[in-house]
Design a protein. Sequence first.
Length: 238
Amino acid sequence: MREPICDLPAPCHIAIIMDGNGRWAKKRNLPRTAGHAAGGEAFRRIAHHCRKLGVKYLTVYAFSTENWKRSEDEVAGIMRLLGNYLKEALSDMEKNRVRFRFFGDLSRLSPQLQKLCREAEEKSLDYDVQVNFCLNYGGRDEIVKATRKIAADVQAGRLQAEQITEQLFSDYLYSKDVPDPELIIRPSGEMRTSNFLLWQSAYSEYVFMDVLWPDFSEEHLEQAIAEYHKRNRRFGGA
Ligand code: FPP
């Protein structure tokens, strides 16, 4: 067995932008959907390892509000993978004991996929290791939707403008009750946030890695955690 790369405890919440599936497929002359299938396998591997390391929350960017611009074939392929994964997760629920949450506007997904998401959320409420799937998710969209709900509550007299604080705002986001991620990992060499967890990432440490998501291994995860521990988190203090 190999030595662990980092002996320090894992962060409580890790978020990942699962990027590079398309390039991984292209390098192998495979259709992009094959890259997403390999990305789904990487997700299983990494989710398993996160649990082993004691991570309580894992948030993954599975489909963004911008990803609808891709070909119909590619979108259908990603949705099929997610559907199959959720069916499997539902049948293994008692064995795996993972809580599922979905961040994003699910109303644009197929009724079947929406139903699977709802069932997965409802049936896993009592479990405490949690995976948050960002599906039809955009950070700006999340903030706009929260603002609309707050405005509606103010208009209806349920809330006073003076009561709006950072904490209250957080409670109107998809991530209500989930602590902010300490570490956000983006593989594939790209160095941008791509509209991911804009509010929640205010003080997150970003680790960018030059590996395509389907090739992301347990060792890469541990390297990212080791890099996180090297950072000196000051939260704006001196
Ligand atoms: C980004 O890579 C990846 C996505 C838009 C889709 C991610 C979806 C999965 C990993 C499958 C989900 C299924 C499960 C079970 C979690 P990209 O296509 O933008 O890659 P590129 O930048 O190389 O083109």
